[in-house]
Every structure is written in C-alpha cells, then in structure tokens.
Design a protein around this ligand. Structure first.
Ligand SMILES: Cc1cc2nc3c(=O)[nH]c(=O)nc-3n(C[C@H](O)[C@H](O)[C@H](O)COP(=O)(O)OP(=O)(O)OC[C@H]3O[C@@H](n4cnc5c(N)ncnc54)[C@H](O)[C@@H]3O)c2cc1C
Length: 381
C-alpha cells in the first residue's frame, strides 16, 4: 500500500531499494558480528547520494527535498538500522544544523564534505545531566576575545568515535537559560576536545556512540552557527527534520518485518494448515498493515509540508511518536509470528527487534513527543 508519489521519487525509491538489497543486505551479518561499518560501505552509500538526499544542490545535495529524503530512508531501513544511523547523525543532524543555523560561509565550507561523506559529522546536544530537558545543558561557552572557550561534557553522541566534525551546543549565558544556548561547529583536531570510548549498546551494532569532553576548548567566533543565544532554536529546527527521518526509517523497518511475517505465516504449517489460516495470526498481520500504512501517510504528510516551507514541529513529532511506537508493536508481532525462530540469531528478525527499541528513545522519547504535540495544541488555543 503505497501513497502516490511523483515519478522522480518512485525512481529514487526503486534505485535505493535495489542498492540496499544488492549491496547492503549481504553485509548484514558481518556488520552485526563485527559491530563495525567499514569505510568502503560508507563510500558506497555516499556514491549513491544517500548523504545528500534532502539538501539543495548548491551545497552538494541531491535536491530531492524532505519527501525524497523520507522515501529513500524508508528503503534504507531494509538493512541494518546502524547504516542509516551513520547518515542520520552526520548529514541528517550535523548537516541540517549547519544548513539551518549556519551563516553561508559555514554552509559552503562544511556541507559539501558532509554530503559526500568525505567528512563524517556528529550532533552533540545531550549531556549526562540534560537528556529530555536539553535546554538545561551545562556545557559552558565563555567569550574570550575572538574565540569562545568551551568546558563540559556530552553523552551518547552518535558517530563521535569516527566524526571529523561536531555541532556542539553550549550555554554562553546561563542566566538566560535555554536562550543562552549557542551552537558551534568544532573540528576534531581542536585542542581540548576529548572523545570517549565507543559505548556498548543493545542494538544498532555498527553505529558508534561515545561521550565528548571539552577542556578549555577554544572555538573561533566565526565557527558559531547563528547568533549567540540562537542555538536552542537551531537544535529544535534540526530535530524537526531528524524526527521525520527517524519516522520514515521506522516505517521501512516495520514494512520489512511485516513482509517477513506474512511470508512466514503462509509457509509455516501447524495443526495441518498454515498458521496464516488462524484468525489470531490474521489479526496481528492486519493490525500491523493498518499501522504501517497510517505511519507512512503521516511521514509523507509532514515531509510534504516541510517541502512547502511549513513549520512541521507538531507533524514531525506526531509522525515520530506514531511510527516508532508502531514499529515496536510490529517488531514484537514479527517475533511472535516467527515463534522460536524469531528468537534465534540465525534470522535477522531478532536483530531488528533489538534495533527497534532505540527509535522510541533518541531524538526525544515518546513522552517528549507527546509534550511537544500538547505544547502546540495548548499554545494555539
Ligand atoms: C544510541 C543512542 C544514540 C544517541 N545519539 C545522540 C546524538 O547523536 N546526539 C545527542 O545529542 N544525543 C543522542 N542521544 C541521546 C538521546 O537523545 C537521549 O538519550 C534522549 O533524549 C533521552 O534522554 P536521557 O537518556 O537523558 O533520558 P531522560 O531524559 O533521563 O529520560 C528518562 C525517562 O524519563 C522520561 N521523562 C523525562 N522527562 C519527562 C517529562 N517531562 N514527562 C514525562 N516523561 C519524562 C523519558 O521519556 C524517559 O522515559 C542518543 C542516545 C542513544 C541511546
């Protein structure tokens, strides 16, 4: 069940799917076992244009807009979730922050490298004491002549172990609360930047995550993204787009799990007939189909509105909340329908089930999406 898409996006959808099935799916077990995505795999995804999908051509993007980005990301979800996580953390979050917040000089200096994956980026907002309440972050930025001096720490930063470039959020005026938050582009070689070891995770194997520490780290004023105090707006605008991508990925991951569940239900015979003949199984499959269809429509709606220039904070939060919660239910049903085999490492279903858990946590938990949606409703009334 696919909503109608323009021909250009149907072609993109087909070509990304073919690339994923031919080039990425054969690597699934290796990526999972080694907990590593090799540089040639990143280069192959970059050569397919997957880092620059939603960005404009003047900075090296593919110019497909947010809808094209979501359509492609959905197909990318047909292999390890960690593959997209590298792109999402780099182009999706770091690149979007530079694109939305950056003066043109920073956009032109950094985006072509990020969108071709010559450089890998990371987005450093969360801290040990500031996750859901990101506005309370404690990393300090003190102005010192033509530089800012940053001190503090970040936690759970996707791509940190492999990143060349970081968008870092720090507070330049604690008395102003979140209105003091300022965003900076920081190169890895900057003195005073320390990257912690790669965190061990439940899933997303192949994607790296680490802490960052800033010790009297000097960042030139020209590396500031937008005005002093404008950083939290950059963070929130970036998350609007990040959440759409995450929701699109959840739709694709759920779709693949559902297709496997339908096929297994038809093939597996118990009590002398396929388990698909049992109404208990049919209802699981039907409920999943409804949820995936609804989630896809929500993602495409949010992305189309973004392409028309609308602010999509509420729609992106709704799509992220619904699609990621739906993925959790579809993944659970997929394991159930596969029975014991669903629990075995021999099948990819077990990995997809573990990978599915993160979607409801990062880029704002499900509870925080509800707060965002309610905030919009109450502000309008
Ligand atoms: C694998 C991974 C990758 C990540 N990548 C990045 C990254 O690249 N960059 C980055 O900046 N961050 C990243 N994060 C951090 C992620 O965004 C945070 O973990 C997330 O926002 C939740 O914050 P927290 O972990 O501090 O949980 P907490 O904020 O401590 O929340 C704990 C629980 O309390 C609930 N809660 C909190 N406040 C409220 C409230 N007001 N109402 C109701 N419930 C509430 C939450 O929903 C959650 O259930 C990553 C995290 C992980 C696990």
């Amino acid at each position: 069940m696919q909503p109608t898409l323009p021909e250009e996006l149907r072609l993109l959808q087909r070509s990304v799917r073919q690339f994923v099935e031919e080039k990425l799916q054969p690597l699934e077990r290796e990526i999972e076992a080694k907990d590593e995505i090799s540089r040639p795999v990143i280069d192959a995804m970059a050569a397919m244009g997957l880092f620059g999908l939603g960005f404009s051509e003047d900075v090296g993007g593919q110019g497909f807009g947010k809808l094209g980005y979501c359509v492609a990301v959905e197909q990318l979800a047909r292999a390890n979730a960690s593959l997209w996580n590298v792109i999402g953390g780099s182009a999706g979050l770091c690149g979007t922050a530079i694109d939305t917040g950056g003066p043109d000089a920073l956009r032109r200096r950094y985006l072509p490298d990020l969108l071709s994956a010559r450089k890998i980026g990371a987005y450093a907002l969360s801290e040990p004491g500031a996750g859901s309440d990101a506005g309370s972050l404690k990393t300090a930025a003190r102005r010192d002549g033509e530089a800012y001096v940053l001190d503090g720490a970040k936690t759970f930063i996707t791509n940190a172990p492999i990143a060349d470039l970081f968008v870092v959020f720090a507070n330049a005026d604690r008395e102003k609360g979140s209105k003091g938050i300022t965003a900076f582009v920081v190169e890895r070689a900057t003195a005073g930047l320390e990257v912690g070891p790669n965190d061990a995770k439940m899933g997303l194997h192949g994607s790296t995550t680490a802490q960052l520490f800033f010790h009297e780290m000097h960042v030139p004023v020209e590396q500031r993204l937008g005005p002093e105090g404008g950083g939290f707006q950059v963070a929130l605008r970036t998350l609007d787009y990040g959440r759409m991508g995450l929701a699109a990925h959840a739709v694709g991951a759920a779709q693949r799990l559902h297709e496997a569940s339908v096929a297994h239900a038809k093939a597996r015979v118990q009590f002398a007939k396929p388990i698909a003949a049992q109404q208990a199984i049919q209802w699981m499959l039907a409920d999943a189909a409804v949820e995936i269809h609804a989630a896809r429509l929500m993602v495409y709606d949010a992305a189309s509105r973004a392409d028309r220039g609308e602010r999509v904070t509420d729609r992106a939060a709704m799509a992220k909340l619904f699609a990621t919660e739906a993925l959790g239910r579809v993944a659970d049903a997929a394991v159930q329908i596969h029975g014991g085999m669903g629990y075995m490492r021999e099948l990819w279903i077990e990995r997809a089930y573990r990978d599915a858990r993160i979607y409801r946590i990062y880029e704002g938990t499900s509870e925080i999406q509800r707060l965002v949606i309610a905030g919009g409703l109450l502000a309008d009334s």
